[in-house]
Design a protein around this ligand. Structure first.
Ligand code: ADP
Ligand code: MG
Length: 253
């Protein structure tokens, strides 16, 4: 991996979630979640499979519609029916477990396409921004490669560069390293560490407890659609108070 460039983070913004409820049919998967993420804060969200972590993240940029509660994110009232969705989502970068790159586009074009379509940037302007962020994630030399010519870790770094190219004021990560070969996990976590250090607001669903302990300002433990415990990373991971947090950590550590 080449040396990443100095990160550039535009004005970071936060996110406030109040009494969020979400059901699928009769099944309530978020049972009243309230979280306040400060600008520049790094929050890791941990918890067992099925506890509602992805649903919570997806509600933040309205990939799922909440049944009740309010969400303000990056200065937008996400639960206002009149919210400008494209504009709001341009401020909220999202990185998924499966990288979701366009397979028929180069790394560069993957980074440029939304800038041109959503932000109305010219090709030159978009490509220049994309190259800056591909350099930031250590992939300057691979800009012309297609996804199938890149390792999983490289593809995920392209996905991060693509999100950063929109100049988001907050980033959401849903298990960004869970689908990666072990030897490429470190590169992706390294990029995320840098981003955190540069002051990006980040909400990260992860099972990487080392990353959470080192990088997160705060760790939230979710179980059964509820926020069970939260606090500074070292306290929640090192000295969990709740029995459900203890048994979860005993299984993953
Ligand atoms: P996690 O990310 O913590 O594993 P999820 O948010 O993906 O949990 O899922 C929480 C619960 O909601 C699970 O029981 C899951 O089966 C259910 N669920 C998630 N998405 C849907 C959906 N689109 N339709 C129905 N049920 C869903
Ligand atoms: Mg999930």
């Amino acid at each position: 991996m080449s040396t990443p460039a100095t990160p550039h983070v535009p004005a970071a913004q936060g996110c406030t979630i109040t009494n969020l409820h979400k059901s699928y049919g009769d099944v309530e998967v978020l049972k009243g979640i309230s979280v306040d993420v400060k600008p520049g804060e790094v929050v890791c969200l941990i918890g067992p499979s099925g506890s509602g972590k992805s649903t919570l993240l997806r509600c933040i940029n309205l990939l799922e519609e909440p049944n009740d509660g309010t969400i303000t994110v990056a200065g937008f009232d996400a639960t206002d029916p009149d919210v400008q969705l494209d504009e709001m989502r341009a401020h909220v970068g999202m990185v998924f477990q499966s990288f979701n790159l366009f397979p028929h586009m180069s790394a560069l074009d993957n980074c440029s396409i939304a800038q041109r379509r959503v932000l109305g940037r010219s090709r030159d302007e978009a490509d220049a921004t994309s190259r800056e962020h591909l350099e930031q994630v250590g992939l300057a030399e691979l800009a012309d490669r297609y996804p199938d010519q890149l390792s999983g870790g490289q593809q995920q770094r392209v996905a991060i560069a693509r999100a950063l190219s929109m100049q988001p004021s907050l980033m959401l990560f849903d298990e960004p390293t869970s689908a990666l070969d072990p030897e490429t996990v470190g590169d992706v976590l390294g990029v995320m560490r840098q981003l955190a250090k540069a002051g990006m607001t980040m909400v990260v669903v992860t099972h990487e407890m080392g990353f959470a302990r080192d990088v997160a300002d705060r760790v939230l433990f979710m179980d059964g659609g509820l926020l069970v415990e939260q606090g500074p990373a070292r306290e929640v991971i090192g000295n969990p108070q709740h029995e459900r947090t203890q048994s979860f950590l005993a299984r993953v550590l």
